[in-house]
Design a protein around this ligand. Structure first.
Ligand code: GAL
Length: 362
């Protein structure tokens, strides 16, 4: 009953948010997610009219609002070296919204530094940041793929590690805690994500690259305060040479969506499934269907989040990389479907309305 009430109030909130925007907006087109054509870079604007600059991040729902955070990229393109273009001179940006469509800029929540001694010396990378809330410590904890100044990937410690920052408020400022290599202090940390259970147990999932060049996704349980990795870990053997991990759980099944390894060039996504987060995981195919499924619709996955407490209401956040100007990378958000056979998929939609997620399930 409690669950139903929660589901109802959240749905009411979502519809109210979207509908109230509809009533005041003169342009109904602003109410939909606009992913554009598969070869198009659509500019998603914030309420100031500026391009949303929050890359490879995620969404967290706090006190009735959605917060979208991500890496603030620079406008450099291939002419200046794509490695540098992917670095940040700013840090992590935050936006807030009541309806997932209108985004207010909240500012920089974790800043890089001009101090040459600082571990956050600019430019650097804070790639694929993810934030979860720790109920016990009442703190927001952010994990990311840490790459120190000048932001070029490397094998040495300080150029491919797990970084952690913490804040009392989602709006920051986040305090940088440090960076390290989970699991015996060995293996470079590349793409990563966080997953939190309903019981507040949390995990750091990452691409671990060993000195011999082998790489595979690994999972480690976080400490109770979420600030450290622990000795409880597993290698996700089947996810060999996979990147851009994101995890959701539905009816007791964990789904791990990943990309292949090809730098910024788009490739085919692959899903893995398990009933235990520590495995064994089984391959569950390409989650994309139809045209351009082998390129994940010319995108790479970033994160997936639950829109409401009802079943199957997840959105996957994907990113269409633009190496000629990283500020013009575009966002592609799609509703996730999980069918009766527990197969997860998402099909391309040039544009779609949030409320279609709910009406299709009635
Ligand atoms: C991608 C990875 C990105 C970024 C990029 C750099 O494969 O998913 O997060 O690191 O490589 O080339």
């Amino acid at each position: 009953m409690d669950f139903l009430l929660k589901a109802f109030s959240l749905l009411t909130f979502i519809f109210f948010g979207v509908n109230s925007f509809a009533q005041t907006s003169t342009d109904k087109n602003t109410l939909k997610f606009n992913n554009g054509n598969i070869d198009e870079f659509v500019e998603w604007l914030d309420t100031r009219g500026e391009i949303i600059n929050a890359h490879d991040g995620g969404i967290i729902f706090v006190s009735g609002k959605y917060y979208w955070y991500g890496l603030a990229l620079r406008a450099l393109g291939q002419d200046k070296g794509e490695k540098n273009g992917a670095a940040t001179e700013t840090g992590i940006n935050l936006y807030s919204s009541n309806n997932l469509l209108e985004w207010n800029y909240e500012g920089v929540v974790l800043s890089t530094s001009n101090d040459v001694q600082s571990p956050l010396r600019s430019p650097m990378r804070l790639e694929r940041p993810k934030i979860i809330y720790n109920k016990k410590t009442k703190k927001f904890v952010m994990w990311f793929h840490y790459v120190g100044y000048p932001g070029n990937h490397g094998q040495e410690i300080g150029f491919a590690d797990a970084g952690v920052a913490v804040s009392d408020k989602i709006t920051g400022p986040f305090k940088y805690i440090g960076h390290h290599r989970p699991i015996n202090d060995s293996g470079a940390v590349k793409d990563c994500t966080l997953f939190m259970e309903n019981d507040s147990t949390a995990y750091f999932i990452f691409d671990r690259k060993m000195p011999d060049g082998s790489r595979c996704l690994h999972i480690t349980k976080l400490s109770d305060d979420f600030l450290h990795t622990t000795d409880t870990w597993a290698k996700i053997d089947v996810a060999n040479r996979r990147e851009a991990p994101t995890v959701i759980k539905q009816n007791g099944t964990y789904f791990l969506v990943t990309s292949d390894v090809s730098g910024w060039k788009a490739n085919a996504a692959k899903t893995y499934k398990s009933s235990d987060i520590f495995g064994p995981w089984a391959e569950a195919g390409n989650p994309c269907v139809g045209e351009q499924k082998e390129s994940t619709y010319n995108t790479q996955c970033t994160y997936a989040f639950k829109v409401s407490v009802t079943e199957n209401s997840y959105i996957i956040m994907l990113e269409r990389h633009n190496t000629s100007n990283f500020l013009k990378c575009s966002y592609v958000w799609l509703p996730i479907e999980i069918d009766k056979n527990q197969q997860l998929y998402f099909s391309y939609k040039k544009e779609w309305y949030l409320d279609s997620m709910f009406s299709s399930k009635e």
